[in-house]
Design a protein around this ligand. Structure first.
Ligand SMILES: Nc1nc2c(c(=O)[nH]1)N=C([C@H](O)[C@H](O)COP(=O)(O)OP(=O)(O)OP(=O)(O)O)CN2
Length: 177
């Protein structure tokens, strides 16, 4: 027997896909609009699976509350920026890449202490960035989320089967474990 449960999360974020290229025969235009700074209301679906139940459950839906907190605290209303984006230094002047504060989930934030005497607006601008080491496409984001969720759910012996990530209501990527 096999069960699968899923839970949905959503968050607002900004990004730019600096690598976008298009074949106009298929895209019908050559406008690389995903290279613009733009935002989405992203939706994540986490799928957990098991061949047997514990207390009648794959695991309690509430065992994903930590992921909701992660999304709300770390990603919601942030701009996800690739550390290799050619505009990195333009978008974040006065910040050296080796000064970033790294986190075990695979992202970094800007160390704001050196801006403590600057105007509050500058601090607010810089605290709005989440820096990652990948181009923030839908595909890369779904793979990143699976890695984060699987690492944590290993502690409960719960397997993540796949992650779906909807960048828009019509555009979705799926990453399988
Ligand atoms: N395979 C991928 N293709 C594209 C990605 C991506 O992450 N993976 N990302 C983008 C852009 O970020 C864009 O914002 C979303 O693109 P799209 O689905 O084309 O969104 P639209 O709302 O413009 O779609 P419509 O069909 O015009 O409604 C682009 N491609």
């Amino acid at each position: 027997m096999h069960w699968k449960i899923s839970k949905e999360f959503d968050f607002c974020y900004g990004h730019r896909v600096w690598s976008q290229t298009l074949n106009p025969e298929f895209s019908l235009d050559s406008c690389l609009k995903c290279r613009h700074l733009h935002g989405h209301q992203g939706k994540i679906l986490v799928y957990l699976e098991a061949d047997e139940l514990k207390d009648g459950m794959v695991t309690d839906f509430k065992h994903l509350n930590w992921f909701k907190a992660f999304i709300d605290d770390v990603l919601d209303h942030k701009f996800i920026l690739d550390i290799n984006d050619p505009l990195f230094q333009t978008l974040i002047p006065n910040v050296q890449k080796d000064e970033l504060i790294p986190f075990e989930e695979g992202y970094s934030i800007i160390n704001l202490t050196k801006f403590s005497n600057e105007a509050i607006h500058l601090k607010e601008l810089y605290e709005g960035y989440i820096i990652v080491d990948f181009i923030p496409t839908s595909e890369n984001l779904s793979a990143w989320f699976l890695k984060i969720v699987q690492k944590k759910m290993n502690k409960l012996n719960v397997k993540v089967s796949h992650i779906e990530f909807l960048e828009t209501p019509k555009s979705k990527s799926t990453f399988y474990a």
